[in-house]
Design a protein around this ligand. Structure first.
Ligand SMILES: [Zn+2]
Length: 81
């Protein structure tokens, strides 16, 4: 069974992507374009980095010096993990 990635779901759900893909002759749709979109997608969505704190509220990685002793994010006050 094929596992769908977030990127696959993004492609299926995004009207912008559908319109974009429609503008191509399917035979000419080149992998390079798809790869560029994937790179842009990956860059647009912050992901937890191993070894760093992650704040669900801010959706970003938090350096250790911005985490309180009780493991809260200094900036927003939410619990980090
Ligand atoms: Zn935060």
């Amino acid at each position: 069974m094929e596992t769908k990635t977030d990127f696959d779901k993004f492609l299926e759900e995004s009207q912008e992507v559908k319109d974009y893909l429609k503008s191509f002759d399917k035979k000419r749709l080149d992998l390079h374009e798809v790869n560029l979109m994937r790179i842009a997608f990956d860059a647009a969505i912050p992901k937890p980095i191993h070894g760093m704190w992650w704040c669900d509220h801010c959706k970003k990685n938090v350096p250790g010096d911005q985490v309180t002793f009780q493991e809260f994010h200094e900036e927003c006050g939410y619990k980090v993990r």
